[in-house]
Design a protein around this ligand. Structure first.
Ligand SMILES: Nc1ncnc2c1ncn2[C@@H]1O[C@H](COP(=O)(O)OP(=O)(O)OP(=O)(O)O)[C@@H](O)[C@H]1O
Length: 236
C-alpha cells in the first residue's frame, strides 16, 4: 500500500526570544503525516509537543523551515489562506474543551457545522459521541467527559481531513479518558480523518499507527505499531 502524505514538515523550528534568552521550543524537525493515520506524539512536559501541534494547526508560525498541507506551504500563507485551512480542513480538540459557555452542546456543534460547506448531520454526530439526551445542556451543566465529547463533536462535525488533539484526556479520569480515545479512534477508522493525539501518557501510544517521541524540543524517535490496540484495552 502506498502512503499518501497529507502534511510534511521540513526542518521546522520555533524559537522564542526573551531579552537575552532564546528558547528553542522546537529544534529542526522533519516529519510526514500520512492520510488516514492515527499518530500519537509522546513526550514529557516542555518537550515541544504543543508547539509542534500548534504549528501543524496553523495556530502558531514556525521560525524556520516549511510546513506543507498537500501542496500548500503554510509557512508562506497569508492570514486569509491560514484561516481557510483552519476552517475547512482542520478540527482541533483542546485539553480544557474551550466550549462557548453561553451556547448549549448542540449549538456549540451547530456553530462549527455552519463554518463548512458539507458538514456531517449535527444530530448524527451528537448521537455518535453519546450525547443524545444532554444536547440541550450548557457546558457548565456537563461533566468534564461530557464537555470533551461536545468538543470532539464540534471538531468532527466538520468532517475534517486533519484532527489535532492536545492532551484530550489530560483533565479526565482513566475510564472517561478511554471513552474519549475510543471516539477519536472511531472517527479515524470510520471517517478517515487523519488524527494526531499529543500526550505525556506513554500507554496511550499503543492505540497509534505511528508514535513520535519528543525530548527537549526535538523528535528523537518515530516508530510504527503493526497492531494498534483498541483504546478500551489500554491501561494507564
Ligand atoms: N510563548 C512562549 N514563550 C516562551 N517560551 C515558550 C512559549 N511557549 C512555549 N515555550 C517553551 O517552549 C518549550 C516547549 O513548550 P511546549 O508547550 O511545546 O511543551 P509541551 O511538550 O507541550 O509541554 P506540556 O506537556 O507541559 O504542555 C518549553 O520550554 C516552554 O517553556
Amino acid at each position: 500500500m502506498t502512503k499518501k502524505v497529507l502534511m510534511k514538515l521540513n526542518r521546522v523550528t520555533r524559537t522564542y526570544v526573551m531579552g537575552e534568552v532564546t528558547v528553542e521550543a522546537l529544534k529542526e524537525t522533519s516529519l510526514e503525516l500520512y492520510e488516514g493515520e492515527l499518530m500519537v506524539i509522546l513526550g514529557p512536559s516542555g518537550s515541544g509537543k504543543s508547539t509542534l501541534l500548534n504549528i501543524m494547526g496553523g495556530m502558531d508560525l514556525a521560525s524556520g523551515g516549511q510546513v506543507y498541507f498537500g501542496q500548500e506551504d503554510l509557512t508562506r500563507a497569508g492570514d486569509k489562506q491560514l484561516t481557510r485551512y483552519r476552517r475547512y480542513e482542520l478540527g482541533f480538540v483542546f485539553q480544557f474543551y474551550n466550549l462557548i459557555p453561553d451556547l448549549t452542546a448542540r449549538e456549540n456543534v451547530e456553530l462549527s457545522a455552519n463554518l463548512v460547506a458539507n458538514p456531517l448531520p449535527v444530530e448524527e454526530v451528537l448521537r455518535d459521541v453519546g450525547l443524545g439526551s444532554r444536547s440541550d445542556h450548557f457546558p457548565s451543566q456537563l461533566s468534564g467527559g461530557e464537555q470533551q465529547r461536545v468538543a470532539i463533536a464540534r471538531a468532527a462535525v466538520k468532517n475534517p481531513r486533519l484532527l489535532l488533539c492536545d492532551e484530550p484526556t489530560g483533565a479526565l479520569d482513566h475510564q472517561t479518558g478511554r471513552l474519549i480515545l475510543a471516539l477519536l479512534a472511531k472517527i479515524n477508522r470510520e471517517r478517515g480523518s487523519t488524527v494526531v493525539i499529543v500526550t505525556h501518557n506513554t500507554p496511550i501510544s499503543a492505540m497509534a499507527h505511528r508514535v513520535v517521541r519528543m525530548s527537549s524540543g526535538a523528535v528523537v524517535d518515530i516508530s510504527e505499531n503493526r497492531f494498534p490496540l483498541p483504546p478500551e484495552r489500554i491501561e494507564w
